[in-house]
Each structure stands twice: as C-alpha cells, then as structure tokens.
Design a protein around this ligand. Structure first.
Ligand code: UD1
Length: 423
C-alpha cells in the first residue's frame, strides 16, 4: 500500500487527538496482570495495538475494541510463551515479559530484534527481572524467566529507560515486599501506567519523579480507565500544519506534555496559542532555523525528532538536531533528500540547511516517526509524493487520511505502483 499526496496546500482547521499509543500498549499489557476484566477508553485503533491484542489473545485473554473502548478479559490467560510471529514486529511486545512474570511466575518471550532506529537491546529489562529474584536466561532467541514469586529490591534503571521502568513497575506490583526504581523514566506514559496499576490495587508512589516505589501485593483486580491523549500524534499534526504554512488546532491534547516542542516551535517563528480546548499552531512568518537536542522527558522527545527535522528543511538558515536517545534514527534523511531537502546525518546529529521548497517524489516511510517526517514533507512539497511502506505509519497513527483531509490535505491510499500496473 502507498499514500499518494498532492502537496503544497496550507493545512487549516481542527483535529482531535487520539488516545496515546504508547500509553495504551503499556496499560493494555498491565490489565492482563489481573485475572479479571478491564475496560479502557480512548484506545487508538492502530496496528501496534492490534498486534498486542493478538499476543494477549494467543496467551488466552479475550479482547474487543470498538470506537476507542477496549474490553479485555484476562481471566482465561494461562499461557506463558509469547508468540514469535507477533512479537518480532513490535518492541512493546516485551511488556508481556513483566506481566507474565508478575502473574504466572514464568515468561518466555522472544527477544525483540533491532529495528531501523537502532539496536534497542533489552538488557536493562533482564537485569531488572534478575534483581527482583527471577532466574533469567536467553536462548534460541527467547528470554526465559521464572520465579515462584518475585522479591522486591532496589534497582537503578540505566539511561532512564521508559520500557524498563514500565516493565519493572508491572512485575514488582505483585512481588513480595517493596521495590524502589532509581533513575526511573518520568514520561507521561509511565505516570499513566502507574495511575492505572494503582486503580487495579497496586501500591505505586513517585511515578513522574525519578524514584518510584512499589509495595507488592498478592493479586490485582480489573478496573476502568481512560488513556491520556497521544502527545506524539498531537505534535505531528502541529508540525504538519506549520510546515505547510497553515493554521492547525489540535483539540484534546495536554500542552504540558509537549512543553519542549512548543518552545522550539515558537523559537522557529510559529505562533503557538494554548486554548482550553487544545493547542493551535499558526504560521505568521517565515520559519527560522533552530537547534534541538533530544532528551528524556520533559526534554525534547526523540519521537518528535524526525518530524521537527522535516519542518526545519523549510526554515531559513542552518539547524542541527542532536539525537541523544537512539543511535541510528536517521533513515528518514535519505527520503527527505529525495524531495529536495538539504539534510545530512553525521555522527549523532542531523544538519539541515533550509531550502525554498520541497518537491514531490517517490519515497518510503522507514519507521513510524520517520514515516511521519516524510509525510510532513510530502504535505508541504510541490507536486505529488508517493509514500510506500505505509504500514509503518499505520503502526502508530489512527485515521491518518481522514484527519488530514479534515485539514484540507489531498491524500489517498492506493496499491503499490507495480500492483496497479499489473492489475
Ligand atoms: C519507548 C517508546 C519509544 C520512545 C522511547 C524513548 C513505547 C512503546 N516506545 O521505547 O517510542 O522512542 O521510549 O522515549 O513506549 N536501552 C538499552 N537497553 C534496554 C532498554 C533500553 O540499551 O534494555 C536503550 C535504548 O536502546 C535507548 C534508550 O535505552 O537508547 C532508551 O530506550 P527506552 O526508553 O527503553 O525506549 P523504549 O521503552 O524501547
């Protein structure tokens, strides 16, 4: 499948942000810790969510997702081996490790492979499980971990990893005794997961700071919860509007979750208006170059780096984005160059010199956020762009074409060029 975009139209109007994809993945996994039923609202219907639901179903849970409401019945969950086919395509599948260990006392989960943004190992997770008393081995491409019941401990989370913090918070919720996570990640998705776990009966304090304590309890129960809005989707639409020289309101988002991005957009000359109903980004002058360093929350999110780079390809002057979280998040730069951008990855940085205009070209979406960068460039570019490997965008964005059409974009979805020629 590919997306076909006739670019160069200023995006104008309002879109409503979906529920957080990354929050949903963590919270859906967390719900399976209890042999019970939970109802989650504001769950985006995107491919990564479908994949995780497939994994939980393979383990014995039953799920139904309709109009953003997910009912998950984990009473029948009895497997401890997560299926390779579904897990290999998505790193968040590794959340099942913490859940299965916490609930069943054993877990066999495929090691997620490297992906196009870097090696992304799970060594921190494994060290954390071992610190909680699990016997952990990796063999034949799987992590195998077991412990009759995990035991609370103090663990220093290296590099303030989001996934490690969430996985250990889940596993420690049913451990014997107290766990302290030092240097914990402070991302809103960590807080959202902790709030939900506490509704399930867990005793977690300090989420949102770098020291989280978890007092283990024997068994959790199901509950209802509404997932926070997706700050990464919101940021993507704000930057798409700005790159097109338009005026876009993203309704329902939480501005505090995007403080670093909004500050950089203002520095780049975009008017940012925070309303009670959302955030509006208005193009009022030529874009100016800015420098950005990605950082853990509340710093500039690595998942907004490629989109920011796309925006800055049209800014006056030279910008540098330094990527400090992932080592190889640069595949999108090759695609943007095909569209006329002056952009080059070097070491841990991306150097951009603004150009007057971008032009449509055949390109691909290399990964979720790299795909969003290419999409932003396509919407701003003169002429037609065909984006292949759209499945990468579908992993993280719900209702992409519908939302962009609401803003005035000309966008449609077709078969691949070859299949259109054949068929
Ligand atoms: C999550 C997000 C991802 C986001 C990232 C950083 C989900 C599903 N994904 O990914 O979109 O880009 O946070 O905000 O929520 N690391 C190791 N060993 C480990 C774990 C991590 O070396 O065991 C490294 C990673 O390679 C990376 C850094 O630590 O360089 C931070 O990664 P982490 O915060 O764990 O990212 P994820 O949780 O995988």
């Amino acid at each position: 499948m590919e997306l076909i975009i006739n670019g160069g139209r200023r995006l104008r109007g309002a879109v409503r942000v979906a529920g957080g994809k990354n929050s949903s993945l963590a919270i859906i996994a967390a719900s399976a810790l209890a042999p019970d039923v939970s109802t989650l609202e504001n769950v985006p219907h995107c491919r990564d969510v479908e994949t995780l639901l497939g994994i939980l179903e393979a383990l014995g849970a039953s799920t139904s997702l309709e109009a953003g409401r997910l009912t998950i019945d984990a009473r029948g969950l009895n497997g401890h081996v997560a299926p390779y086919d579904l897990c290999r395509s998505m790193r968040a599948s590794f959340y099942t490790a913490g859940v299965l260990l916490g609930r069943m006392g054993r877990a066999q989960v495929p090691l997620p492979g490297g992906c196009s943004i870097g090696a992304r190992p799970v060594d921190f997770h494994l060290r954390g499980f071992a610190a909680l008393g699990a016997r952990v081995v990796t063999e034949h491409g799987y992590m195998k971990a077991s412990a009759r019941r995990l035991k609370g401990n103090t663990f220093y989370v290296p590099r303030s990893s989001v996934g490690t913090t969430i996985n250990l918070m889940m596993a420690a919720s049913t451990a014997r005794g107290a766990t302290v996570l030092q240097n914990a990640a402070r991302e809103p998705e960590v807080v959202d997961t902790a709030v939900f776990l506490n509704l399930m009966g867990a005793r977690i304090k300090g989420a949102g700071t770098d020291a989280i304590t978890i007092e283990g309890i024997k068994e959790l129960h199901g509950n209802s919860y509404t997932i926070i809005p997706d700050r990464l989707e919101a940021g993507t639409y704000l930057m798409a509007g700005a790159a097109s020289g338009g005026d876009v309101l993203v309704e329902g988002m939480i501005p505090e979750h995007l403080i670093a991005l909004l500050a950089k957009m203002e520095e780049a000359g975009i008017e940012v208006i925070r309303n009670t109903d959302g955030v509006r980004a208005r193009s009022v002058a030529d874009l100016r170059a800015v420098d950005v360093d990605t950082a853990p929350y509340p710093g500039f999110a690595t998942d907004l780096h490629p989109q920011m780079a796309a925006l800055l390809t049209l800014a006056r002057g030279a910008s540098t984005i330094r990527e400090t979280v992932f080592e190889a998040r640069f595949a999108y730069t090759d695609e943007l160059r095909r569209m006329g951008a002056n952009i080059k990855a070097e070491g841990d940085s991306v150097h951009i010199t603004g150009v007057e205009r971008l032009t449509g070209a055949p390109v691909e979406a290399p990964d979720i956020r790299g795909g969003a960068a290419v999409l932003i460039a396509a919407l701003a570019a003169e002429g037609t762009t065909e984006i292949s490997r759209v499945e990468n965008l579908d992993r993280g964005y719900e209702g992409l074409e519908r939302k962009l059409r609401l803003l005035g974009a000309q966008i449609s979805r077709g078969g691949s060029l070859e299949s259109r020629e054949v068929g």
